[in-house]
Write a protein that binds this ligand. Structure first.
Ligand SMILES: [Fe+2]
Length: 326
């Protein structure tokens, strides 16, 4: 076999033409920035390789009930169903930066304590008697609660009630994959010792607290978001969480932004138009919307919808753009 030609510094300096220079320079793992490419590195406006997605609660619940029959917490670190977006390059992405999943636990089960770099949170869809332990604080996870587990915090959960519990998980795992600082470990004692039992963990935002905040909030005067509150996610700054209350008949002004967004329906029903295509949603449904899509929300009846977004990350990077589309 012929050895590849080793080009000298003089070969590079003295290349007779651009074509020869390209061949010689590419042997050093350098590539000219002036040549045309199939995929140019810059383009005119935001775009996503990801599709808009809609996952129905009825499918997810039936799948979780099947999983609850077939696999236990002894074999599954977490008994969850990941909302996979088939157009992405990462099978556990729901959008480019965010992932969502549905999870269930049976009465009497305890899920082992672990911690990981990705930030995570839960929205409890149906639960009485389940609990979470985050950094030693054991607190209830009841229907409507939002519970944060910031990256690096030990967390596990269990169920002291009598009926199967279900919730939504949101994480920034695809972002961590992209940036590569992943780490994860199991607790050395398998289950983290409980330091205190309290209903008032700083990581727990109860349904009652959310409703009180919404009662006191004002409708967005510009008509983009209706009435909404933001959960304090300063401990996990890649993810924003908003809770919207849309009265029956509410219609948002059409808009687009550079945020990746995932919506979970906590109450009520309605339709969201994404680039004109309707998503008819109801309780427990999740829909993911890539960046720069035309979005219009319409509530059929009184609705509460959680919105998960990487807007804080986009703002930090100064990549944030938002436009009204009238
Ligand atoms: Fe976790």
């Amino acid at each position: 076999m012929n050895k590849p030609v080793e080009f000298s510094l003089d070969d590079l300096r003295g290349a007779p033409d651009l074509e020869a220079l390209k061949a010689r320079i590419e042997s050093k793992n350098l590539t000219p920035g002036w040549i045309p490419r199939k995929e140019p590195p810059l383009w005119h406006e935001p775009r996503s390789e990801y599709s808009t997605m809609h996952w129905k609660w009825s499918d997810a619940k039936a799948g979780m009930d099947g999983a609850a029959r077939l696999i236990g917490t002894d074999l599954a670190e977490r008994r969850n169903l990941i909302m996979s977006n088939p157009t992405g390059d990462n099978e556990i992405s729901s959008t480019r930066t965010l992932i969502s999943a549905y999870q269930t636990i049976l009465p009497g089960e305890i899920a082992r304590t672990h911690r990981h770099a990705p930030h995570a949170f839960r929205v409890i869809l149906d639960s009485k008697g389940a609990w979470s332990c985050v950094d030693g604080d054991k607190h209830p996870m009841e229907t409507g609660d939002i519970v944060l587990t910031p990256g690096g915090s030990w967390h596990g959960h269990g169920h002291d009630g009598t009926e199967q519990s279900y919730w939504f998980d949101g994480l920034d795992v695809p972002l961590v994959h992209l940036l590569e600082p992943m780490s994860a470990e199991d607790h050395p004692l398998v289950y983290e010792p409980i330091k205190r039992v309290t209903p008032d963990s700083p990581y727990r935002f109860t349904w009652e607290w959310q409703q009180g905040q919404l009662d006191a909030a004002k409708d967005d005067p510009e008509g983009f978001f209706g009435r909404r509150i933001a959960i304090d996610t300063s401990t996990m700054p890649t993810i924003g969480i908003n809770v919207h209350r849309w009265k029956a008949g509410f219609q948002s002004r059409p808009q687009r932004s550079t945020a990746h967004q995932i919506f979970l329906v906590m109450q009520g029903s309605g339709t969201t138009l994404v680039d004109g295509e309707p998503i008819d949603w109801g309780f427990g449904d999740t829909f993911a919307i890539p960046i720069w899509k035309r979005i219009e929300h319409r509530a059929k009846d009184d609705a509460v919808v959680m919105g998960m977004t990487d807007e804080p990350l986009m703002r930090f990077c100064k990549y944030w753009k938002f436009e009204a589309l009238n």
